[in-house]
Design a protein around this ligand. Structure first.
Ligand SMILES: *Cc1c(COP(=O)(O)O)cnc(C)c1O
Length: 233
């Protein structure tokens, strides 16, 4: 079956993308107002993982510029062409990163949200020195202490942060994905406390289903896929 965006003519696809974007921006604005925050202090990262370039272009056509992917290889296949068309695209990596992909990640992304271990800090520092380019870094915290989840243990955060700072990684904040099927707010509050304890201003937290909780609790970046692009196959 054809993807919906490909089945529509380009104009309809842009109208559809603009409507979804307006709805998400309205959720952010409404919540920011309740939290006495400026909506502009919350960056909306459109997570386009698994979506083909034809489904991403309509959102770019609305004027949106900040996007996120979770795999280096997939991003390498999609974004050079899109960036050639729209040079001011900003691209963030939100998925787990293998050390052997550090160079590719540094070359491609403007920020990396998944720094979660010392070996990766080392690989990223080397890649940044070599490339002469230093993408912003978020330390990912395994906030719910889940076995299968990426992110550093809360107990390991101080040492990892010290490593990252000593290696001159530009650490701007913390990132988490809270446990599924539990109320997200307590985990976001805990991440915000950890960020305060370590003098970090950036908080990457909140997705399609829980961005309000993220914004209420101080998110500076929300990562939204499904609400902008529809369900993933
Ligand atoms: C896929 C993904 C998102 C977006 O999730 P949605 O529920 O589709 O909004 C956010 N963050 C990370 C790390 C992801 O992998």
């Amino acid at each position: 079956m054809l993807p919906i965006a490909a089945a529509m003519d380009g104009h309809e696809a842009v109208i559809d993308a603009a409507a979804r974007l307006a709805e998400v921006n309205e959720r952010i604005a409404r919540t920011a107002k309740l939290a006495r925050r400026a909506p502009a202090d919350v960056a909306l990262i459109a997570i386009s993982k698994t979506k083909p370039v034809e489904e991403i272009r309509p959102l770019i056509a609305t004027g949106h510029r900040l996007f996120g992917e979770n795999r280096v290889q997939e991003a390498e296949a999609k974004w050079p062409a899109l960036r050639a068309e729209t040079p001011d695209i900003v691209l963030h990596l939100v998925g787990s990163l293998q050390s052997n992909k550090a160079e590719a990640a540094v070359a491609l992304f403007d920020a990396i949200h998944s720094v979660d271990r010392s070996s990766l800090v080392k690989a990223l520092a080397q890649a940044m020195d070599k490339a002469g380019k230093r993408p912003d870094c978020f330390i990912q915290v395994n906030i719910g202490e889940e076995d299968q989840k990426g992110g550093c243990a809360i107990a390991d955060l101080p040492a990892l942060l010290a490593d990252a700072r000593a290696a001159h990684l530009p650490v701007v904040g913390l990132m988490c994905v809270p446990p599924a099927d539990l109320e997200p707010a307590p985990w976001f509050a805990l991440l915000a406390k950890l960020a305060r304890d370590h003098d970090l201003n950036g908080l990457s937290m909140g997705m399609s289903g829980d961005l309000e909780a993220g914004v209420m609790l101080g998110a500076t970046h929300v990562r939204v896929g499904t609400a902008l692009f529809g369900a993933r196959g």
